[in-house]
Design a protein around this ligand. Structure first.
Ligand code: B1M
Length: 213
């Protein structure tokens, strides 16, 4: 693999935003395609972040710093990817449910998903069912992610899934849920398609749900 792409992966893993931005620019000027830079540089680096995070070898702050570095590179790459018409691997909308203001974990999931090549539309916090439904209709994602951090708001997930059914859009999307009080058992009870305990597992679960290898 080209040395510069390897360097992008390493600097991203180390969280060096400036180096990732500079190397991304350099790789483009050396003639690497935006897709090569994304797949062989950034996503490779972010995958490594996911592996170490799952193994408890690195923690939330390191992931956030790596995600910031990814963002710096993506700012340069995004317009080029749009020009070349590169398709994302999948489209997801994500939000923290109504009544809940916690967004650190949700943001981590969104960043890891972007790092894996997904287009992510982040609806933010305190998102009511109607806003999820509106976004599903507008963006036509394959995946809807819901995060809840409070025992008092996790029940909102059940309400949202019911609302998707009532709006006849439940079958259009896979629903993945997570957040500290959420469990696989709860996901089964409320009829979600998938549950992930952390941001790195969320990427694996999303790919599994969408049949992406
Ligand atoms: Co709040 N809070 N908080 N809080 N807060 C908790 C959740 C709590 C457990 C603290 C405690 O009492 N020990 C407790 C909930 C108790 C319960 O319901 N059983 C609690 C409470 C009570 C409250 C308030 C009610 C406090 C008050 O005002 N009296 C209030 C509620 C506000 C509201 O939401 N309406 C409140 C407020 C806040 C702050 C605003 C101060 C702040 C949030 C800041 C922010 O998010 N921007 C805050 C924080 C920081 C916490 C703790 C300390 C940390 C949460 C966090 O960010 N963790 C938390 C205690 C704790 O969890 N130790 C606590 C780090 C983050 C990376 O983990 O979010 O779990 P997490 O995300 C993980 C996984 O869960 C998973 O992946 C992430 C990354 O690995 N995941 C998904 C998350 N979403 C996913 C979605 C997926 C898949 C995986 O698919 C879509």
């Amino acid at each position: 693999m080209a040395e510069i792409l390897d360097q992008i992966a390493k600097e991203l893993f180390a969280g060096n935003a400036k180096a990732v931005a500079e190397l991304t620019q350099k790789a483009l000027s050396e003639g690497f395609s935006p897709q090569e830079i994304l797949n062989e540089g950034m996503i490779k680096g972010m995958n490594e972040v996911g592996v170490k995070f799952k193994a408890n070898e690195i923690y939330v702050p390191e992931v956030l710093i790596a995600a910031r570095a990814m963002k710096a590179g993506m700012e340069i790459l995004k317009p080029k990817l749009a020009e070349t018409g590169v398709e994302p691997v999948g489209k997801m909308i994500i939000g923290t449910v109504k009544g809940d203001l916690h967004d650190i974990g949700k943001n981590l999931v969104a960043m890891m998903m972007e790092g894996a090549g997904f287009e992510v539309i982040d609806l933010g916090i305190d998102v009511p069912a109607e806003k999820f439904i509106q976004a599903i209709e507008e963006y036509q994602p394959q995946l809807v992610g819901m995060s809840a951090l409070l025992t008092t708001t996790m029940i909102q997930i059940r309400e949202n899934i019911k609302a998707f059914q009532e709006a006849s859009i439940r079958d259009q999307v896979k629903v993945m849920i997570g957040g500290a009080p959420v469990t696989q058992k709860f996901a089964d009870e409320v009829g979600a398609d998938g549950y992930a305990p952390d941001a790195a597992s969320a990427v694996d679960k999303a790919k599994e749900l969408l049949g992406i290898s």
